[in-house]
Structures are given as structure tokens and as C-alpha cells.
Design a protein. Structure first.
Length: 284
């Protein structure tokens, strides 16, 4: 069952809000799982999904922090994949975090991330930047190291004003310190999520440069679309609603929040708890 555009008008009666796309310090977010729970409670959010990149360690931390509160923690993950030379992210909801097959695959991805980070660091050192992999680990841990961690470290060291500048000059494709990443397909990511009992949903499709081959990815097992996202305007949102209805896909949404304090986006989109109820209908 999917929503129509009329369903998503909410008639101004949203009471229970959810946010199903959140990153923590376990991947590239700036807020710990415990801080995420605290902020969600302060904002009267009913449910959040912890969807760190290629890692699930933040889920249990958030569940423990939310114990004896009204906040529901949905176990999730965001798996980075590549399709036709474009990065496409697949969200997995209600995954079994104890799944051996999922954790084995995620560990392989993280090891590849680590190797990539080390190779980026070597390029930066050759360009006379005073930075080491130990700097990154000391600042952010060694959970799921990515380019954002390296960019933040360079900003902290005073080389650049902001991370966008670092990416533009060094870390984006074609930059002097760019290193190709280990690639899996979105079909592999969908398979990983379904093997772990989860619900695969394509993340923020409105920001991809190439049109998604919806029929192909749905035939392979995609079950939902992240329709509501901070980078989707009204036109994009309505187009994605139509696609969801056409292919009978679940509709989800989240802020994709990485920040903390004034940079936090947590709960800034009104997404009703009914979204969670419909996710539960599918897995029951």
C-alpha cells in the first residue's frame, strides 16, 4: 500500500513525527547515538532510524539510550553502491544486526574504506599536507572512515575554511588526492539487506544525475523510495510520489542528518508515524 499526494497533505494534523535517515559518529555524523536520542526526545520525535554508512554499531547504543522512553529506534544501515558510474545509496530498515552474512559484507566494505583512506592520506602527504591516518582515527575512531573525516581533519588543521573547499580542491573525482572506491552494485546492496531480513529503500533519488531505471531495480527487489529528503524540492517530491504509486513502493523519508547543534537537521521534515506503521505491515 502506498500514499497518494492527497495522503501526504496530512491535513495539518501531524502529531507523531519520525526521521528515518540519520548518521552518527559511528560513520560520518558529528553526533553520537546517545546525543541523537537526546535531541530526538527534546524535539518530541516518535521514531528514528540509525542509518550509518556501512556499519551498524550505533544501533545498540541508541537503543540503550532510548530505553524507558517513548522513542522508537529502527535498526538501519545505508549501503553505498555504484550504478552506471554514479554513486547510489540503498537504505535498509529493520535489518537483523546479528546477521553473519550482512556483517561479513559490511566488514569487507569497511576494510576497503580504510585502505582507500590510507591511500588518500599518502597522496596528501606527497602534497606536503601534515596529516596521518592516526590523526583521523584519534579524531573520529576507526568505524567507517570516509572522505568527510579526512576533509574535517584538514579543516581542523587550518588548511581550508570548510570541507566543501577540501572536496573541490582535493577529494572530489579528478582532485589531486582522489582515490577510486571499492564498488558494489545497488543490486548487491539490496540482496544484502533482504538476506538480513530488512526492507531495501533507495536513498534520496532526487539528487542523482542519471535517471534511475525503476523497473529494473524494482524487479531486483527494491521495496521503497525515500521520497521526503532535505534536498528534494516540492516538484521532485511529487514526481517521486507518482513513481512510488506506479511501482507500488513504500514511501519513506528522512533528513539525512549528519550535523549537531545549529547544523542539525534532525526532525526538520514533517514525516508522520504512519510511515513506520506501513514499514511494519510489510515485515509482519
Amino acid at each position: 500500500m502506498t500514499f497518494s499526494e492527497i495522503d501526504y497533505q496530512f491535513k495539518g494534523m501531524i502529531i507523531l513525527t519520525v526521521d528515518l535517515h540519520i548518521h552518527t559518529t559511528c560513520s560520518d555524523g558529528l553526533r553520537t547515538p546517545e546525543e541523537t536520542v537526546k535531541e530526538a526526545l527534546e524535539k518530541n520525535i516518535r521514531a528514528v532510524a540509525i542509518t550509518d554508512h556501512d556499519i551498524t554499531t550505533g544501533i545498540d547504543l541508541a537503543i540503550r539510550a532510548a530505553k524507558n522512553t517513548q522513542l522508537e529506534i529502527i535498526p538501519g544501515v545505508e549501503i553505498n553502491s555504484v550504478w552506471d558510474n554514479e554513486e547510489v545509496h540503498i537504505l535498509g530498515y529493520y535489518i537483523d544486526v546479528e546477521s553473519n552474512s550482512l556483517q561479513s559484507e559490511l566488514e569487507h566494505i569497511r576494510q576497503a574504506r580504510q585502505t582507500r583512506a590510507e591511500n588518500i592520506i599518502k597522496k596528501l602527504q606527497a602534497l606536503n599536507y601534515d596529516i596521518s591516518i592516526e590523526d583521523i582515527i584519534n579524531l573520529y575512531g576507526n568505524g567507517a572512515i570516509g572522505r568527510p573525516h579526512i576533509a574535517r581533519a584538514l579543516v581542523r588543521k587550518g588548511y581550508y575554511m570548510n570541507t566543501g573547499e577540501v572536496f573541490d580542491r582535493l577529494l572530489a573525482r579528478g582532485g589531486k588526492a582522489y582515490v577510486e572506491r571499492y564498488k558494489i552494485s545497488p543490486f548487491k546492496a539490496i540482496e544484502m539487506i533482504k538476506d538480513a531480513g530488512g526492507i531495501p529503500v533507495i536513498a534520496h533519488p532526487g539528487i542523482y544525475k542519471q535517471e534511475v531505471n525503476w523497473r529494473q531495480i524494482v524487479e531486483y527487489g527494491l521495496m521503497g523510495i525515500e521520497v521526503f529528503h532535505t534536498k528534494h524540492d516540492t516538484k521532485t517530491t511529487n514526481e517521486l510520489l507518482k513513481i512510488a504509486n506506479k511501482f507500488n513502493l513504500l514511501i519513506t523519508g528522512g533528513t539525512d542528518c549528519h550535523g549537531i547543534g545549529s547544523s542539525s537537521l534532525l526532525g526538520t521534515i514533517d514525516i508522520p508515524y504512519e510511515v513506520v506503521l506501513r514499514l511494519n505491515e510489510i515485515r509482519s
